[in-house]
Design a protein. Sequence first.
Length: 190
Amino acid sequence: MKAFWPALKIFLVLTLITGLAYPLAVTAFARVFYYGKGGGSFIERNGKTAGSELIGQAFKGAGYFQGRPSATDYSPLPSGGSNLSPVSLALKKQVEANTEAFLAANPGAAGRQVPPEMVFASASGLDPHITPGAALAQVEKVARARGFDSGRKKELVSLIAALTKGRDLGIFGESRINVLKLNLGLDEMK
């Protein structure tokens, strides 16, 4: 019993520090120094939340650019990859189905290499970015669905270029474009 009371006190003190004080301090720091990002990086349009800049989402309809496939159906609660092995038959079937779906939706991409991020889910299942090449492969589909002529198609290509973010610090990662921002920019085109 002599060891019980000191152990209980240590447990309560550490619980308060690590379970309450530390999370509150980190949250306060993020809210002050990373105002938008500390609150979830939500993007609002017309007074409504359109989504988060950091979490991918499904876009329905041919008139929108599609993001990466999601192993979790874009649900952030069970986020994660499919954990399928590179030699898995299930992964092979999934990739073949995603490739066929992409080519069916984007007939202009036939004969070209399908961008890998359009057939493989990201490790988190929630990646909000695609490469500029994957966006460009979808221009024909989006332009046709929206009834854009060749001049408007050029505007789509310009929008992709304007929203493309380069490598971090010039060396890390790849050029990418946020699909939510791209589709919001598309909706703002008159």
